[in-house]
Ligand binder design. Sequence first.
Ligand code: GDP
Length: 596
Amino acid sequence: MTDSQNETISTIQIDETMTVGTLAEKLMIPVTKLIAELMKNGVMATVNERIDFDTAQIIVDELGLGVKLEHASEDDTSLAKHRTSRKQAGKNGQVRPPVVAVMGHVDHGKTSLLDAIRESDTAKGEAGGITQHISAYQVTHGDRQITFLDTPGHEAFAALREHGAQLTDLVIIVVAADDGIKPQTLEAIRFAKKADVKIIVAINKIDKEGADQNRVKQQLSENDLMPEEWGGDTIIVPVSAKTKEGMPALLDMVLLVADVEELKADIDVPAAGLVIEAHMEKGRGPIVTALVEAGVLRQGQYVVAGTTYGKVRTLESTNSKALQEAGPSTPVVISGFRELPEFGDEFRVVATEKLARTTVADRARGQSRTTASGISTSGQLMQVINRNIKLQELPVIIKADVKGSVTSVIDSLKTLENEEVSIRVIGSGVGNINETDLHLAHSGNAVIYGFNVQMPPTIKRQAGRDKVRVRLFSIIYELIEDAKGELSNLLAPEIVETELGRLVVKGVFKTTKTEVICGGEVSKGKLTAPALARIRRGKETIGEAEVMTVQKGPQEVKEAVEGDMCGLQLKTESKIELEEGDHIELFTRETVARKL
Ligand code: GDP
């Protein structure tokens, strides 16, 4: 990847997508400059976020660097190439198992379905009882394999997509037969369509009273997913995660779609794939779950991922079986990394330790650092860049049980941003809420969001004392809703004006710098005080004033209605010379809180 750096800077080769950090590095400009330019163009991207070739070209043009970007050459063996061409592997490409994600509305049965699938695994041996959070696993159905990814919430799919649209080949969208399509179902459909992955709909809970498959099919057809039996091409499988009815049919369909798609991968290339989870384990160091996408990964090889590297010390399946090697679509657990890579980082086998070290050193330049407490501080960078931008920010600290969840939460929160409000992650990390988090939140006025983590009682007391806002959730949807509320509070309130009525001026009795007293006829609506007034002459507005009193004759009245003759006492900021025939429009102005 360093090939182009010594060439003339007129042409630079880049991949189809690349991180902002990598591009800055290739252009040899400070990453802050690149991010600022992206922001100017409406792209809010952090160092590790990916942008595509076209965006990169536009930004480079805007920067006026005199640089031309070119797609990396054909013999580039980088992962991005494998990824974009995963469906059209080289001529030696071998059939590989499909990679499937399950998404749907909360409580529609994603977890139950994944559990049922795991139980149905025909190759489920006695090995390694499954006890904890597993982010990916492979099951055998008949004599074939299927890889399932368990995402902490389907909002995470947005994140997955950013980290590589091809991570999943197929999405099973779960819809509860007794509940029908809900907002998150629609979101899931949208995500899947945007990422251009195949969709299978599992109508779940068909055992339940009130289950109405036809209604769900009707709703699906209204959302561009016409069931096959109605002449469309959407595969729908009725299932019950509870009674297991329909489960084999569902897996059959997954394999059928895989066959139609002819999913293949090269195996004669250096192994490469994506990190889908990373956490520290006492005595073992960084433990990384990754999905092999191409090539065959073996114990003892050197791997680079993001800005860290390691030698594969142990290679296991996600249910703790030792593996000698792992081919495409296999989720694996690797130990031997020096540090924790990030969720979504590409990993790639390199030939020697030296190469691993230099690749990582190259990449580390310009990337955000991690403090001793394990909290990344790219927020500081954002602060510098955001200085010129009129954005309201919600500073947050994200803590979660595993690294994949941290990234998913952050990426999901990012989807809430718009041109007015943004999320600023001033810290993030794996583990329970601790004192460092509180300090950071206190000084940065941040909200701490915990996902699947806890807050020890002493920390809770301290948070109360310091008035630090800590919110703990185990359902990502609820966390997002909470953040939505917080962001809504930052939105500038809407100003709503309501017209009350109008007066046509017939006489002016007193004019000073700060006061006008006039009389006339109410031509429309109702005049009351206090109110605001806009004075118009023809089409022009000549001033604004406050209405202090409404009078009929010498008497102050509550209101005057259409047709009444009345007087107005106006308070003005500067002298307004009223004339007969001017119109005075009375209105109220309220600020109304807005919602995201
Ligand atoms: P998730 O939020 O989508 O992961 O949903 P869960 O898997 O946690 O399921 C939500 C609730 O629905 C739980 O109480 C499950 O026991 C129940 N449930 C899931 N699948 C079925 C099913 O097929 N039949 C019935 N009767 N209940 C189900």
